[in-house]
Design a protein around this ligand. Structure first.
Ligand code: AMP
Length: 177
């Protein structure tokens, strides 16, 4: 596989933050200078067409969104947990396994018709990324592509996002949860 070098740099921590979860820890990849550079270069190369803004999802998504935005000559838009942004915000709720959560962005962060590339470190069920797409579209953005360092395809998030009309790319995939 083309990105086995990157996959080898991601550490798996079993039973974190709760029993049964295989936590895919990217801090080991971030520590590796060559791996980090290769990751950013490959995400930039996978980008389809011009992009006005790269939207990163708190918190690990921010790292990749800002790094990718620079070579793409795009701005970087922050999608945060509700209550963290200082200006006027719009928000979107999404379901968790138990209960629900809410993400927000500044209401004036993107112009109507802005072409936005959505970024996060990992897509699992897709709940977070799909809420981010709904939020960005509510703000008037055109969201036709999303990229993740890691996909957990067995959880179906990438396919659900594709069904929402978003082209989804990821560099590595892990089977199971
Ligand atoms: P989801 O909304 O289910 O697609 O979950 C995606 C979000 O949860 C991302 O921001 C990930 O960073 C985090 N996440 C979910 N599952 C894992 C996992 N197995 N390892 C690391 N992070 C995860």
């Amino acid at each position: 596989m083309a990105n086995d070098d990157l996959k080898a740099l991601i550490r798996t921590i079993p039973d974190f933050p709760k029993p049964g979860i295989q936590f895919r820890d990217i801090t080991t990849l971030l520590l590796d200078a060559k791996g980090l550079a290769a990751c950013i270069e490959r995400m930039v190369a996978a980008t389809r067409g011009p992009v006005d803004l790269v939207a990163g999802i708190e918190a690990r998504g921010f790292l990749f969104a800002a790094a990718i935005a620079v070579p793409l000559k795009a701005g970087c838009l922050l999608i945060r947990k509700d209550g963290k942004l200082p200006g006027a915000t719009i928000a979107e709720d999404y379901a968790l396994e138990y209960g629900q959560d809410r993400i927000a962005m500044h209401a004036d962060a993107c112009a109507t018709g802005a072409r936005v590339l959505l970024i996060d470190d990992l897509i699992a069920t897709g709940g977070t990324a799909r809420a981010a797409v709904r939020l960005l579209r509510k703000a008037g953005a055109i969201v036709e592509q999303a990229q993740f360092l890691i996909d957990l395809p067995d959880l179906g998030g990438a396919d659900a996002l594709r069904a929402d009309g978003v082209a989804v790319d990821s560099l590595v995939a892990f089977a199971g949860h």
